[in-house]
Design a binder for this molecule. Structure first.
Ligand code: SF4
Length: 385
């Protein structure tokens, strides 16, 4: 048995920030995020609490941001004065991303003036919830925008100088997938996130008994890759495609299991334990904390915290790292976790290499295309070890 390495202390400076804005114009029937429609006084209370929480995070952690991601919900649904206040709180206490600052945008909220305001606030990347360019598909998905609005929004944002990503939902019954993909590419986006429609418990679609056949899901997953690859996009992550230089740096930090701050109701964060001697003594490598939902979060109550030991660190890193095409270095993971990964996980590694779901090249472990489709099963093997 090889000696157990000493974990290399991860850089405890936090370089990434996720901000959750939970408000949406209406709630889509497939959505299971923490979202709500706006009511009098709620956005004001939200902005006040954001100011306090940003100050608390700044006092507690060493923060030097590379990326900021304003997600939701629909952050672009905030009024001009509200988003200006939100960005002001972030900048005042935590700074701003030196590499990338993304705003999630609903096509129905875009105008030339608003795009200029967002650019002026320092936002340089737009993640637009296009979902489809087919009006019947958009109606089925319960979206509040139509195809013409989606096309106009993307063009306006590109003209305003944003790096633009378009979200696409695949495997929607009756969806003209090829036309959706060709249309989105023709608009000039440099990045596409394509997720298959999944029916989550508790959603309106689940209540209505909407189902998506696994065969349709898989066909959508595979056809999307064929079409986007033919258009010159690189599938750099299971569900994400980019032209050269257009990858999401923020999401790459998640998939690389880096630390990030979570600000806002329902936001998840991944934090270092340095500065908490008890955590270091217990051999913990970090903490995940998920903030409470809006009404409890407004009271200042603490969210749920989960300590990360070496095994959790490795399975988290594999679960996220195997989503990325370039894979994950086992040597690096061994150094970061202090667990000899090749030995500790010899059985699930061997089983999944034999099944053709994983591939090992030198020290780099990758999921094969079949492995991407079956990633949950692969990770379950590691969790059960
Ligand atoms: S716009 Fe997005 S976050 Fe809001 S309800 Fe629809 S899917 Fe959910």
């Amino acid at each position: 048995m090889a000696p157990v390495p000493t974990p290399t202390a991860p850089d405890s400076t936090i370089r990434h920030l996720y901000v959750h804005v939970p408000f949406c114009p209406s709630i889509c029937p497939y959505c299971d995020f923490h979202v709500l429609t706006r009511r009098a006084g709620l956005v004001e209370a939200y902005l006040e609490r954001i100011e306090t929480e940003a100050a608390e995070l700044a006092a507690r952690y060493d923060v030097d941001l590379d990326t900021v991601y304003l997600g939701g919900g629909t952050p672009s649904f905030l009024r001009d004065s509200e988003i200006t206040a939100l960005v002001g709180s972030v900048r005042r206490h935590l700074g701003w991303g030196r590499l990338e600052n993304t705003l999630e945008i609903n096509p129905g909220t875009v105008s030339t003036e608003r795009a200029a305001l967002w650019r002026g606030l320092g936002i340089d990347r737009a993640s637009v919830g296009v979902q489809s360019l087919d009006d019947a598909t958009l109606r089925f998905l319960g979206r509040t925008h139509d195809s013409a609005q989606a096309r106009a929004a993307v063009s306006t944002l590109i003209d305003a100088g944003f790096r633009v990503s378009g979200d696409l939902i695949t495997a929607v019954p009756g969806q003209p997938l090829e036309a959706d993909i060709d249309g989105l590419v023709a608009l000039g986006v440099g990045h596409i996130s394509a997720y298959t429609l999944t029916i989550e418990p508790g959603t309106e679609f689940a209540r209505r008994g909407v189902t998506v056949e696994e065969d349709d899901e898989r066909a959508g997953f595979e056809r999307t890759e064929e079409l986007l690859t033919a258009h010159g996009f690189d599938r750099y992550e299971i569900s994400n495609y980019a032209r050269p230089g257009q990858q999401s740096r923020h999401n790459l930090a998640y998939w690389g299991n880096r630390f990030y701050l979570g600000l806002g109701p329902g936001a998840a964060g991944h934090y270092p334990v340095s500065g908490t001697p008890a955590g270091q003594e217990a051999g913990l490598l970090g903490q995940r904390r998920t903030n409470l939902h809006l009404h409890e979060w407004l009271t200042g109550a603490a969210g749920e915290t989960q300590a990360i030991d070496a095994e959790e660190y490795v399975t988290d890193a594999l679960f996220m790292g195997l989503r990325v095409r370039q894979g994950i270095s086992l040597g690096d993971l061994t150094r970061r976790s202090g667990l000899n990964v090749a030995e500790h996980y010899a059985a699930p590694l061997k089983a999944n290499l034999t099944r053709g779901l994983l591939a090992l090249e030198g020290d780099t472990l990758r999921a094969t295309p079949q492995g991407w489709w079956a990633l949950n099963r692969v990770i379950t093997d590691f969790l059960e070890e």
